[in-house]
Design a protein around this ligand. Sequence first.
Ligand SMILES: Nc1ncnc2c1ncn2[C@@H]1O[C@H](COP(=O)(O)OP(=O)(O)O)[C@@H](O)[C@H]1O
Ligand SMILES: [Mg+2]
Length: 282
Amino acid sequence: MGECFGLLGPNGAGKTTTIEILEGLLEPTRGEVEILGRHWGKNDRELREWLGISLQETKLPEKLTVREVLSLFRSFYQKGREPGEVIAQVELTEKEKAWVSKLSGGQRQRLAVACALVGDPKILFLDEPTTGLDPQSRRQLWDIIRQFKQNSGTVLLTTHYMDEAERLCDRVAIIDHGKVIALGSPVEMIATLGGEHVVEFALENTNGQILTPEHLANLASVKSVRKEADSYSLHVQEPHLAIPGLIGYLQETGATLARLTTRHASLEDVFVKLTGRHLREE
Ligand SMILES: Nc1ncnc2c1ncn2[C@@H]1O[C@H](COP(=O)(O)OP(=O)(O)O)[C@@H](O)[C@H]1O
Ligand SMILES: [Mg+2]
């Protein structure tokens, strides 16, 4: 079993820059890249054979067929896989003779990943492979990533979808403003929040004065409190203890609930805790 490592962060965080430095496409201003014991500038040929790359935006020749594109990419490598087999793996067999210009967004993206797979790489670099895709195409790409991992490959994935990172990644690094602000497995990171559950609620009459965050924080099983624009979110360890306490407190203050929901804490919550911002705010 290989590993899927995720680079997570909002737009402009530095994910593409980081991955392109690792891919040998950008020069680092500082530091050195070591991949499988090899270095850019010394072992370039070897590294190019070992890495499979799908860029954030892939421009493929519009008037080549799917098959021709893959044969072209296969010719860049000494060793590699049979193009037809890779086409089947990304479920494009039906489109083998179709021009790139006729493909949908999801099909293009799978073709881009196929180009990265056809050299039979040890490491697969995927920069936002699912951004803008429909749910079905996203799932197809997830399956391709899982298969690669099962065959002992390493995947380095960037994404700003936290749910995707939670599902696919064994470890993630959260990047903000060009710096790694957290590193670990999704489960470990979520555990740092103290409570694995989030209780979100809003009040009927929005005079927020009546609830004090300190009071909310002192309720049973509540680990932390965050006031959002028109709601509150509580990180709690045990919702069955926290919710009765909350209802009791609301009754004391005469506040009426407009809504209350509970959910599992996510990597998005980790990001909010670390930065005070939501991922998509900017
Ligand atoms: N470590 C860094 N220090 C300073 N600027 C950076 C750093 N990483 C990236 N940048 C700059 O930030 C901008 C956005 O970076 P990019 O890698 O495209 O972000 P992302 O892929 O996360 O959206 C680029 O102009 C890039 O040059
Ligand atoms: Mg990017």
